[in-house]
Design a protein around this ligand. Structure first.
Ligand code: 8GT
Ligand code: MG
Length: 311
């Protein structure tokens, strides 16, 4: 296979949490589409060196702090690119379109309204999704569940999966409705670990498919505009997640965990290899907490998902 074209790009954030997009000049490759500023690596450069140079050349700003956001390997009809996208939150100078390109600051929600190259679908998801994904754990009754949820929202959790396999469909629906109200008030997104048809009754952010639901799915089971998450454990389930158009996945268990005894851990090396081949944001799950985030960013993952350390 031909070597991919190596490209670094920046998701540059301002203090309002908006992200900068630029319009590719008409006549260039993918001209007229919006993009995250950046460009091709020179032969001697690392990804971060190329990022600093490209951002200075295209926007006139100095990057002061950046961390890996997502790497996407994508094959276009005429070439394969490896897009290495960084999250940049510290920079000096006011960005301007130094090469004559239009630039715009937009909220992460608005991003979905702009036209980007095809490789950018996963990048936009990565920009929109938070670093932590809380999965609900044990609770005795609905009021305890809601109290724990409220406490987590107050600690800053912004993405929640309501996982409660012991409840029947009606009890789950009732809890989901109350959980949704709490999440909406906090500006958080709620993923239902349930039959996708429940979205017709509970207007949550999306559905998280169990491994079994994922493998049984024939096509994307949620409408456009809703998130689709899935639980993956190996290369086959990641491929299936891609086939059904998942927006995000959890990959587990990275380490042995008390909530799933007897399941063999992937370990960090397997985790990294699997993330490298994934075409969507991947949360590391299994025996991990917020203190593992820097490590998982370095391995190309979106962040950490967890029960024990978050619930
Ligand atoms: N910078 C950037 N490139 C992207 C994005 N998405 C995407 O598919 N690409 C592709 O990655 C490649 C990046 O090339 P580029 O044109 O930015 O490279 P460059 O700044 O070095 O340009 P130059 O060749 O005009 O000097 C292009 O083929 C482009 O279509 C994106 O969001 N940002
Ligand atoms: Mg460029």
């Amino acid at each position: 296979m031909a070597q991919p074209l190596l490209v670094s790009a920046a998701a540059l954030f301002n203090e309002q949490g908006q992200v900068l997009i630029a319009k590719r000049p008409l006549g260039s490759d993918q001209g007229g589409l919006w993009e995250f500023p950046g460009g091709k690596l020179a032969p001697y450069e690392t990804g971060l060196q190329a990022l600093r140079r490209e951002i200075q050349e295209e926007l006139g700003v100095e990057i002061q702090g950046a961390r890996p956001l997502i790497k996407i390997h994508y094959t276009y009809p005429d070439k394969t690119v490896l897009l290495d996208v960084w999250r940049v939150q510290q920079f000096s100078g006011e960005p301007w379109g130094k090469e004559g390109q239009a630039i715009r600051w937009v909220s992460v929600r608005e991003l979905s309204q702009f036209e980007f190259p095809a490789a950018n679908r996963a990048i936009i998801r990565a920009v929109q999704l938070p670093e932590d994904y809380m999965i609900t754990g044990d609770f005795a009754d609905q009021s305890e569940a809601l109290l724990r949820l409220q406490a987590a929202l107050e600690r800053g959790v912004r993405l929640v999966q309501l996982r409660a396999h012991h409840l029947d469909a009606e009890a789950y629906r009732q809890l989901a409705q109350s959980a949704l109200e709490a999440c909406k008030k906090a500006g958080a997104s709620l993923m239902l670990n349930a039959d996708p048809a429940l979205l017709d009754q509970v207007d949550a952010a999306g559905i998280h498919l169990t491994g079994a639901r994922l493998m049984a799915a024939r096509k994307r089971p949620v409408p456009v505009g809703k998130w689709l998450g899935a639980s993956c454990h190996d290369a086959a389930s990641l491929q299936q997640a891609e086939r059904v158009g998942a927006d995000l996945v959890t990959l587990s268990p990275v380490q042995a965990t008390a909530s799933h005894p007897g399941q063999a851990a992937l370990g960090w090396q397997n985790f990294q290899n699997l993330v490298n081949g994934a075409l969507m944001p991947v949360y590391a799950l299994g025996g991990l907490g917020p203190e593992d985030k820097n490590r998982v960013f370095g391995l190309g993952a979106q962040g950490v998902a967890g029960i024990s350390r978050y619930w």
